[in-house]
Design a protein around this ligand. Structure first.
Ligand code: FCB
Length: 439
């Protein structure tokens, strides 16, 4: 692995999780979410599993925070569930939910862990899904109201705030590819969701700033697009993928415009007057979060837009089937800084790998993850050496958890979770990071 002294003083090391993936959404008065509905619909999720119990973090949070402290992490990126705070998405507040997040944040502070909160990591209240969810422009106001209620309680103790996790997943993955809730496959819904998720980010950012919240950031996910060949049609297909996946959201956030290629393809599906929202979408942020896992090999495929497909690549793969490609992390850290965020602090807010981990005699030998992390931390060091203002790195994830449509099958944790007994077993990667952070 690395040594702490390989990184600049004050560099923040952390671990990442998300509410629905670990808490146990059936506890504590949380309302139904579109992930519960999506999972209950046959064919969407492996074994139709949902987040009802997950890691039972709702009851085991103290021991989980101890694991974070004992590893030597400086910070913890967690998320709050909208439906736990507002079971109907609007209106009545579930005080039990706010109390839970307050205890959790205080528990971090008591342990010397800096709280980085994500306000939305995908569990949209079902009542708002009924109203069209991300297709409905009103979601910008609903989200800002929720953000103000939550941060009204926690804001004075939060270190950094991320608005919405992975805008591409909230919109494109969920409304075009249909792989995440609400499982829609509709180009018009997609274009609207892509715009509204940015509008919600901007609206909440402005509202929170007016309420005195600082250190607000956006978190985007990036996948390196490699053309399948030198043929112009494959190069062009990879550029299209790169624009709708990687450039669209940071272009809105930092340039107040969308890539021309995407406006050409999706412009007619955007809501009327979308151009008038760009100022608000580009409301200044204090930092940018980069989530990075892999690359995809993109080939042209005749058919309607985007007329492309992913083909299998040659590199070693994780349990997800994702190629291991640390060069992509370096690429995006450079690209974000040089072309979009221009000197704004960056954080790697997610990076990690799934591995088919098993407990043998009380230990988990996940050396593949140790190697994956070491190589990606190297890429981060390289970026810093080149002058990229990277200030923190959060490993996904602290615990094995509910990996969305893959259910509990894909294990991303530094800590193994037995989903029968809910027992936690720190893996070799946890011990390796702990040693690195102590050195
Ligand atoms: C990211 C998500 C996170 C987890 C990892 C593997 O896209 O933010 O919740 O699913 O991928």
């Amino acid at each position: 692995m690395f040594k702490r002294s390989d990184f600049p003083d004050g560099f923040q090391f952390g671990a990442s999780t998300a509410a629905y993936q670990i808490e146990g959404h059936s506890f504590g008065g949380a309302g139904p979410t579109h992930w519960d509905d999506f999972a209950a619909t046959p064919g969407n999720v492996v074994r139709a599993e949902n987040g009802a119990i997950a890691c039972d973090h709702y009851h085991r949070w103290e021991a989980d925070l101890d694991l974070i402290r004992d590893a030597g992490f400086d910070a913890y990126r967690f998320s709050a569930s909208w439906a736990r705070v507002l079971p109907e998405g609007r209106g009545t507040v579930n005080e039990e939910g706010l109390d839970f997040y307050e205890r959790l944040v205080d528990g971090m502070l008591e342990r010397g862990i800096k709280p980085m909160i994500t306000l939305y990591h995908w569990e949209l209240p079902s009542a708002l899904a009924d109203l069209g969810g991300w297709r409905n422009r009103d979601i910008a106001g609903w989200f800002a109201d929720y953000a103000e209620i939550l941060m009204g309680r926690l804001g004075d103790r939060i270190w950094k705030t991320a608005t919405i996790n992975e805008l591409w997943c909230v919109s494109f993955l969920s409304h075009f590819l249909g792989q995440h809730a609400p499982g829609v496959r509709d180009i018009r819904a997609t274009a609207r969701a892509m715009h509204h998720v940015l509008l919600a980010h901007g609206t909440a950012t402005q509202a929170l700033r007016a309420a005195g919240v600082g250190e607000i950031g956006a978190v985007c996910n990036f996948t390196y697009a490699e053309p399948a060949s030198d043929r112009p049609e494959d190069v062009d297909a990879a550029a299209t993928f790169d624009d709708y996946y990687n450039n669209f959201f940071i272009s809105g956030l930092f340039r107040k415009e969308y890539p021309a290629r995407i406006v050409e393809a999706l412009g007619r599906y955007f809501p009327d007057g979308w151009q008038d929202d760009m100022e608000l979408i580009g409301a200044p942020v204090d930092w940018l979060g980069v989530n990075y896992y892999t690359r995809e090999i993109i080939a042209a495929e005749p058919g309607p837009w985007p007329a492309l497909k992913s083909v299998e690549g040659p590199l070693p793969k994780t349990q997800m089937g994702w190629e291991i490609y640390p060069e992509g992390l370096l690429h995006f850290l450079r690209r974000c800084d040089a072309e979009f965020s221009h000197g704004l602090p960056l954080n790697v807010t997610e990076n990690g790998m799934a591995n088919a981990d098993v407990v043998v005699a009380g230990a988990v030998d996940d050396r593949a993850r140790v190697d994956y992390l070491a190589r990606h931390f190297d890429a981060a060091r390289q970026a810093i050496a080149e002058g990229v203002p990277l200030e923190g790195y959060f490993v996904w994830s602290l615990l094995d958890n509910y990996e969305w449509s893959f259910g509990y099958e894909k294990r991303f944790g530094l800590v193994h979770v037995d989903f029968e007994t809910l027992e936690r077993t720190p893996k070799a990667s946890y011990h390796a990071l702990k040693a690195a952070l102590a050195s």
